[in-house]
Ligand binder design. Sequence first.
Ligand code: 5GP
Length: 232
Amino acid sequence: MLAAESRRFRRGPPAPAQLTVLSGPSGVGKSTVVARLRADCPAIWQSISVTTRPPRPGEISGREYHFVSEPEFDAMTEQGELLESARFAGYRYGTPRRPVEEKIGSGEPALLEIDVAGARQVRAVVPGALLVFLAPPSWAELERRLVSRNTESPDKVARRLEAAKGELAAEDEFDITLVNTSVEDVCAQLVALILGQDANGTPGDARQGRQSLHESQCNSELEGTRWQRLRP
Ligand code: 5GP
């Protein structure tokens, strides 16, 4: 379901989740939002996934992804090194377990940008994770973005659009939906969620540490960020 409002909570106000998962259909703009967040808030740690997909022009191993071979991916899976993993449009993707566990252990917030199948697995192994669904403003806009970014061949775009139908249907499994009408707005909303702001956009006492993190490390403008609760 695609709705007009830009934020929709399903499970009350945001809890101070240490692990935030950003998910949603391919082409919706997750990686653009995450790149913006990396620039604005370098102190918010982001997991770097492993993938068997070849790098796109401009992608650097160790920044966007760790690019690995199928046998390397198999070995990581067999050795239990992945927190979650999924096959997407012909390639494999996974989240290295240890860095995430270390961040959780140190009490610092961590962000994953993964597909819907991976988000489900994280929900099962980290029940307190905050699952954020990034939705396109419309189906036509998603199609336009996937085609116009010119990173995939037409058959791969078709595969991603087919996958997107199933991913959009999973929206209700997530704690909150952010509609990607503007990268700046979504980024600010995501930062506020990660910093644990409450439904009025103000930090609670238990989240003071993260507010300090924001004040000292983030450039995003959060004024005016307000939340709409769907299910009190
Ligand atoms: P892309 O090939 O466009 O970079 O990514 C394809 C899809 O894989 C996107 O929906 C992206 O969020 C997802 N993805 C990236 N890393 C991971 C990961 O570690 N695990 C899972 N499950 N999905 C991922």
